[in-house]
Ligand binder design. Structure first.
Ligand code: 3PY
Length: 228
């Protein structure tokens, strides 16, 4: 397809300095396939630790950012600050933030407009992004059925392919042929070493966004290898 396989590890709100040191040490030992782009998403507090210690083979993402410029917004981190410390990616609009924090399409699209970094969102949610994204080349879309997020249940490859295909069709009609051909649409929702291979073979699945299996390097490597 010409689309480079993308693997994101979403660490969510997990880890301590010690457990993250262990995870980074394990990841540093791995020789990942060249044709996979890899990004891990530590909690904000540990981003610095990870940037200092993790191999440059793997990029670092934040799990969220504020919708606009910094200022009097207690408890938030803005995109300019992420860029300042060397973070190249940000996850926007994860289902858990919508669920626990009440994030809306409008908030997510403002974040995408202001961030000049990247993200993950979906379908009826795509409409909200259309006019806001400054440059689609910087965007990776993640399809994560809410019933599969953090539940241990995963889509069948056929079910996921159907949704990814229709997202790409939607993009073709509503954005452009060009964006539809290059934008990576990745699957998330309890991806593990036992479900990744069938999913990775689908033509419109361009990678994975991995939750709990990303905390286990053996699992994460097996998922990275599913690109083969
Ligand atoms: C999951 O696998 O549960 C995820 O939410 C990945 O982001």
């Amino acid at each position: 397809t010409g689309r480079k396989f993308f693997l994101g590890g979403n660490w969510k709100c997990n880890g301590t300095q010690d457990s993250i040191k262990k995870l980074v040490d394990d990841l540093n030992e791995v020789e990942f396939e060249e044709d996979v782009e890899i990004v891990v998403c530590p909690p904000f507090l540990y981003i610095h630790q990870v940037l200092e210690t993790l191999t440059k083979r793997i990029d670092v993402a934040a799990q969220n950012c504020w919708t606009g410029k910094g200022g009097a917004i207690t408890g938030e981190i803005c995109a300019d600050q992420l860029v300042d410390v060397g973070v190249k990616w940000v996850v926007l609009g994860h289902a858990e933030r919508r669920h626990f924090m009440g994030e809306t399409n409008s908030m997510v699209s403002r974040k995408a407009a202001g961030s000049n970094l990247t993200n993950g969102v979906v379908c009826d949610q795509l409409q909200a992004l259309v006019s806001k994204v400054p440059d689609w080349i910087q965007v990776v879309l993640a399809y994560e059925p809410v019933w599969a997020v953090g539940t241990g249940k995963s889509c069948t490859p056929e079910q996921a392919q159907e949704v990814h295909f229709s997202m790409r069709e939607w993009i073709r009609k509503n954005i452009s042929e060009d964006v539809a051909s290059y934008v990576r649409i990745i699957y998330g929702g309890s991806v593990s070493s036992s479900t990744c291979n069938g999913l990775a073979r689908q033509p419109d699945i361009d990678g994975f966004f991995v939750g709990s299996a990303a905390l286990n390097t053996k699992e994460f490597v097996a998922i990275a290898n599913s690109v083969k």
